[in-house]
Design a binder for this molecule. Structure first.
Ligand code: F6P
Length: 364
C-alpha cells in the first residue's frame, strides 16, 4: 500500500465484552503498522445512514482494552436494506441502502470493518455485493455464529453466569429450594450449557433440547430422595417444552425489534413448585452477562481477530470474516456467517459428559 489508506469501523447488534478490545487492536495496528486513517462510525449502520462518524486517533483507543461496551455505540435495529421509519402509529420499512452506500463512498475508505453477529454480518455481506469492500469481525456473547468456533464475549458471559450459579448454590442449599437461573441465548444454548456445567447445575435446559416438565420435576424429586434438598436449574431464555413454544415477555408493537424474550424461568418456577411441593425462586441474569470488563481469554481473542482483520484489508481480501477454526485464527466468507445461527449440536461432547455425571437436560 503506497498511499495513505483509510478504513472505517462500526459495531452493530447487541454489545458484548471485548468489542473495545477489538476496536483498539484494529485502530492501533492500522495506524502503527500501516499509517492508515481510521474513521469510527457511530451506532452501527445508523451512523452510516445518517453520516455520524469521527476520526479515531491512537489516543482514542489507548486504555480501552479492559472497558466493556463499545466506544462507538451500537444499534440492533439499523439495517440500510430494511430501515424502520415511523408512519403514524405504525412502523414501516424502507430500503435506504443507496444513500448508505453513497455515504460510505464519500468517506473515501478502502474498506469498512463491520463488527457484529449474524444480522450485522449479513448486512455487511450485502454491502459487499453492492460494491463496498468489507471485512467482518464476529462478536456475540451467544457464541452462535457460523464460520467460527468461538466468538469473543462468550467467555466473559460464561464467567459471569458461572459466578451467579455459584452464589445461588449457597442460598439454595440454605433454604432447601429450587433456584432457577435464566441466562441469555435465544436460539442457541451455548452459555447455559457451559455455565451450567461450570457451575454444577443439576438441570440444564437449552433451546436445542426441548424439555419435558415431568422429567425436570422427576430429577428434582430424585435429588431430594438422596438427600440433596435443593436443586439448581440453569435455563436458556430460548428453552422450550416439547411441542411448545419459546416464552415471550412482551411484544413492543412500535419497535423494529418487537420481541422481548424472557420469562421461561418464572414459568418453570410455578410448574416445579406445583409438581414437587418445593419452593422455587428465579433469577434472570439478563444484560449483566453482556456488561463489564472482558475476561483475559476474550481480550486475547479480540486482539488476535482485530489484528487479523487489518491483515485481510492490507491483502485486499474483502468479503471475508476473521474466524477461529481448530484453534487457529483464519478467515471465512461472510456468506457463511450470514447463513443463520450455529446451535449446539446434539452430539456435543459436553452434553455427553454432563449426562454421564448425572446432569439432566430435562428430556428424559
Ligand atoms: O444476541 C445477544 C443477546 O444478548 C441475546 O442473548 C439476547 O436474546 C438479546 O441479545 C437481547 O437483546 P436486547 O439487548 O435487545 O435485549
Amino acid at each position: 500500500m503506497n498511499r495513505k489508506n483509510r478504513i472505517a469501523i462500526l459495531t452493530g447488534g447487541g454489545d458484548c465484552p471485548g468489542i473495545n478490545a477489538v476496536i483498539r487492536a484494529v485502530v492501533k495496528k492500522a495506524i502503527l503498522e500501516y499509517g492508515m486513517e481510521v474513521i469510527g462510525v457511530e451506532d452501527g449502520y445508523d451512523g452510516l445512514i445518517h453520516n455520524r462518524h469521527r476520526k479515531l486517533h491512537y489516543d482514542d483507543v489507548s486504555g480501552i482494552l479492559t472497558v466493556g461496551g463499545t466506544i462507538l455505540g451500537a444499534s440492533k435495529i439499523s439495517n440500510p436494506y430494511r430501515y424502520a421509519v415511523k408512519a403514524g402509529r405504525r412502523i414501516v420499512f424502507r430500503d435506504v441502502s443507496k444513500k448508505t452506500i453513497r455515504n460510505a463512498r464519500a468517506l473515501g475508505i478502502d474498506a469498512l470493518v463491520c463488527i457484529g453477529g449474524d444480522g450485522t454480518l449479513g448486512i455487511a455481506h450485502r454491502l459487499m455485493r453492492d460494491g463496498i469492500p468489507v471485512v467482518g469481525i464476529p462478536k456475540t456473547i451467544d457464541n452462535d455464529l457460523r464460520g467460527t468456533d468461538v466468538t469473543f464475549g462468550f467467555d466473559t458471559a460464561v464467567a459471569i453466569a458461572t459466578e451467579a450459579i455459584d452464589r445461588l448454590h449457597t442460598t439454595a442449599q440454605s433454604h432447601h429450594r429450587i433456584m432457577i437461573v435464566e441466562l441469555m441465548g435465544h436460539r442457541a444454548g451455548w452459555i447455559a450449557l457451559f455455565a451450567g456445567v461450570a457451575g454444577g447445575g443439576d438441570i440444564i435446559l437449552i433451546p436445542e433440547i426441548p424439555y419435558d416438565i415431568k422429567a425436570v420435576a422427576a430429577k428434582v424429586r430424585e435429588r431430594n430422595r438422596i438427600g440433596r434438598r435443593f436443586s439448581i436449574v440453569v435455563v436458556a431464555e430460548g428453552a422450550k417444552p416439547k411441542g411448545g413454544d419459546i416464552v415471550v415477555k412482551r411484544m413492543v408493537e412500535k419497535s423494529a425489534d418487537p420481541v422481548r424474550l424472557g420469562g421461561v424461568g418464572f414459568v418453570l418456577q410455578d410448574q416445579l413448585e406445583k409438581a414437587t411441593g418445593i419452593e422455587a425462586r428465579t433469577v434472570v441474569l439478563g444484560h449483566l452477562q453482556r456488561g463489564g470488563s472482558p475476561t483475559a481469554t476474550d481480550r486475547v481473542l479480540a486482539t488476535q481477530l482485530g489484528s487479523k482483520a487489518v491483515e485481510l484489508i492490507v491483502r485486499r481480501e474483502y468479503g471475508q470474516m476473521v474466524a477461529v477454526k481448530d484453534g487457529t485464527v483464519t478467515s471465512v466468507s461472510l456468506e457463511v456467517a450470514a447463513g443463520g445461527s450455529r446451535t449446539v449440536p446434539l452430539d456435543h461432547p459436553l452434553i455427553a459428559a454432563a449426562r454421564s455425571i448425572g446432569t439432566s437436560f430435562g428430556d428424559r
